[in-house]
Write a protein that binds this ligand. Structure first.
Ligand code: ZN
Length: 694
């Protein structure tokens, strides 16, 4: 723990708040510090006197963080509210530990004031503690104590009788009764450590409870720090590779690995080579500790119990590593299936995806894969929590993981399964990864929005750094930072294109969709077309599309799961237009390139199709910068203000074409909706007879 936990309680501010608002204030403070609790982990509560809406009588209401969300960012509506008297009555209905899951069904009957927020499984852990305020946190430092083999003795040595200790037990009604009984029988206690799980603290005021959580966490951290002379993880076994090599190895492995683990559903990856990951991934104890599995249930629900350790020799031979992947994955999956068979109960849900979530590469770092980017990133963060716990526990004692059956019962808990079943159906591009050139322009942005709305992760590539930054931040505001990535790239620069794809692949773990869209336009009569202008058109439109398609194609081939390449062509790729021979010819080259690629890609499941827009004026950089608009206006003998109307009237359908219209066609080719189409052209031009395909 680098710095001490500061008490951030602002008493003046807290005085102005109502009791529920003070609970929220405390929750946000606690949840904003990852040393105190992991993302989405832990919960807080307060018992508040409130007027019953029916009887008008003052009753005691339990405000407790409900299901879902994160303490650090939650709002008041994140709390469930329940009549404490009704929660007390549940004790009469309780039939014993083998029936404790049925108690969850009674919780909604205790709801106060029609609050729609669902009460979480941890609700009884707060309800029966006879104090007004209760915090339940997952601090790495405390879990390190809780996951040590001498956890009980260590708790006694560190805290005397002030913090008690309870053996591991799955959270639920029964554990709630035990914590309540402990608090009543030990009036001197200010909290309790739950073995293999985390910390409970309580107090009479919000401020006292908050301060206590901080004190206990700090004391645990101080104790671990005093043991820093103990060499972590048995010392270093191998040196970390330089950063450049680590990145290169990650981007070489990720698409291949992804291709092998997306049998059931597409996945998104995340790469982490932070110092704490490298310390573990380069250590002597990597293999034995990784095999033990993570302890805190919050951790392994996200990470699976065990990571997969990959072999990378000192030469950093990626080919050898890749060649070993099939065997490694097969062994992991078999191991997981055996674990399922050993532990399953008569009513257990069917076995889930047996592939690993976390991959550790000695000298390189950690890869994580999940159904979306945020889940993959958070799984990685949770494994770092687990690393911290293992380091702490091993420094004071011997680290112990949960018994296998306990872990299984949590992983395949029927209540967890019910939660999974309630999840909305994944969107059509969930887990898919797209790369869009000209990403900051009108069609590029509209396409990104369309694909993001369907659940894809998107890398925007653009030559204009300022516009790119703006586009990425606009899209991230709407869809979240996790799913949008930007990379500056000039499509005519071979090295830049290769580097940009490498960057994107490392960022999201692979590739499914390439949209080649970056373009220019120019007009000149043939006798006035300079060689320079000709070459510029050929460079950006023909060669640029070639470089982007070839680089993307290589990644798709390595990944081995097919993919979709979409070219944004032009009406002029099919229809000749006077005074624009360089542009028209280069655009025609794109179409033929797409057909050739469709032919070569078909055996690999790589589809290549073309969308031909015409006169997409609104939002277009081609039409708004440079002289293209003036040139087109002059060629058609109209004013520049009349251009949009001119093109609308020229179309058969008499309609203007917008970037969103083109994006819709690109989405069609990018998605499985067009799974049986390749080598095709779709015009989005409001109808233009000269461009009818034949
Ligand atoms: Zn917990």
């Amino acid at each position: 723990m680098p710095s001490r936990l500061a008490n951030l309680w602002d008493a003046a501010k807290a005085r102005t708040l109502s009791e529920p608002e003070r609970l929220l204030y405390r929750s946000n403070l606690l949840g904003s510090d990852l040393r105190i609790t992991n993302f989405g982990g832990g919960n807080t509560s307060a018992k508040v006197m409130q007027r019953d809406p029916l009887s008008g009588v003052e009753v005691e209401v339990l405000w407790v963080k409900g299901s879902g969300g994160d303490l650090g960012s939650m709002k008041l509506d994140g709390f469930a509210t329940l009549y404490l008297s009704k929660l007390e009555q549940l004790k009469q209905l309780y039939r014993g530990p083998e029936h404790e899951d049925e108690m969850v069904g009674y919780l909604p009957h205790c709801t106060f004031n029609l609050n729609p927020r669902a009460a979480s499984i941890d609700t009884p852990l707060h309800a029966y503690v006879p104090y007004k305020h209760v915090d339940h946190m997952h601090p790495d430092a405390v879990i390190a104590i809780a996951a040590a083999s001498r956890s009980r003795e260590l708790t006694g040595e560190l805290f005397g009788g002030k913090i008690g200790w309870l053996p591991w037990q799955r959270p639920g009604f029964d554990l709630g009764l035990k914590i309540g009984a402990f608090a009543r029988e030990h009036p001197e206690a200010q909290g309790v450590i739950l073995a293999g799980h985390g910390l409970f603290t309580w107090g009479d005021t919000a401020e006292a409870c908050y301060a206590r959580t901080l004190q206990v966490t700090q004391a645990a951290a101080d104790h671990l720090a005093s043991r820093e002379s103990v060499v972590a993880f048995g010392g270093k076994k191998t040196e970390a590779f330089p950063r450049g090599t680590r990145k290169a190895v990650a981007q070489a492995i990720m698409p291949v690995l992804r291709g092998k683990i997306m049998e059931k559903e597409p996945k998104v990856g995340h790469f982490d080579d932070s110092a704490e990951v490298l310390q573990f991934a380069c250590s002597r104890d990597l293999e034995p500790l990784a095999a033990l599995g993570t302890s805190c249930p919050d951790h392994f629900l996200r990470t699976k119990i065990r990571p997969l350790v990959l072999d990378l020799d000192r030469e950093g031979d990626v080919k050898k590593l890749v060649a070993s992947l099939d065997g490694k994955l097969e062994a992991y999956r078999n191991d997981y299936a055996r674990y399922y068979q050993r532990c399953k109960r008569s009513d257990s849900p069917a076995m889930r995806d047996p592939n690993p979530v976390i991959y550790l590469v000695p000298g390189v770092g950690m890869l994580s894969f999940a159904q979306d980017k945020a889940t993959a990133r958070i799984a990685g963060e949770f494994y770092i929590n687990a690393i911290n716990v293992m380091r702490g526990a091993s420094s004071v004692d011997r680290y112990v993981s949960l018994p296998e059956q306990e872990a299984f019962d949590i992983e395949y808990w029927l209540l967890e399964e019910a939660k999974l079943q309630r999840m909305p159906k994944p969107r059509s591009l969930a887990g898919r990864i797209a790369f869009i050139t000209g990403g900051a322009g009108g069609i590029g942005r509209a396409t990104a929005l369309r694909l993001l709305a369907e659940g894809a992760c998107v890398t925007l590539a653009d030559v204009d750094a300022a516009s790119l930054e703006q586009a990425v931040s606009d899209l991230a505001r709407k869809h979240g930072k996790d799913v949008v990535h930007g990379v500056v790239m000039n499509v005519v620069d071979e090295d830049a294109v290769v580097a940009a794809f490498g960057d994107a692949v490392r960022h999201f773990g692979g590739l499914d969709i390439v949209v080649s869209n970056a373009g220019i336009a120019s007009a000149a009569a043939v006798e006035e077309t300079t060689l320079e202008l000709w070459r510029k058109n050929m460079d950006v439109l023909a060669t640029g599309y070639f470089l982007v398609a070839r680089t993307g194609y290589r990644v798709l081939k390595e990944q081995g799961r097919g993919g979709s390449i979409v070219f944004v062509g032009s009406k002029n790729a099919l229809a000749a237009s006077a005074g624009a021979s360089a542009y028209c010819t280069a655009k025609a080259a794109e179409i033929h390139l797409a057909r050739c690629l469709a032919l070569e890609g078909a055996p690999l499941g790589i589809r290549v199709n073309v969308v031909n827009p015409d006169a997409v004026i609104r939002g277009s950089r081609i039409w708004s910068s440079g002289s293209w608009k003036e040139e087109r206006a002059a060629a058609n003998k109209i004013g520049t203000d009349d251009v949009e109307e001119f093109y609308r009237k020229r179309s058969l359908l008499q309609r203007s074409v917008f970037p969103e219209d083109v994006a819709e066609a690109i989405y069609f080719f990018a998605s499985e909706a067009s799974g049986k189409s390749t080598g095709n052209i779709l015009n989005v031009d409001a109808g233009n007879a000269v461009a009818f395909t034949r």
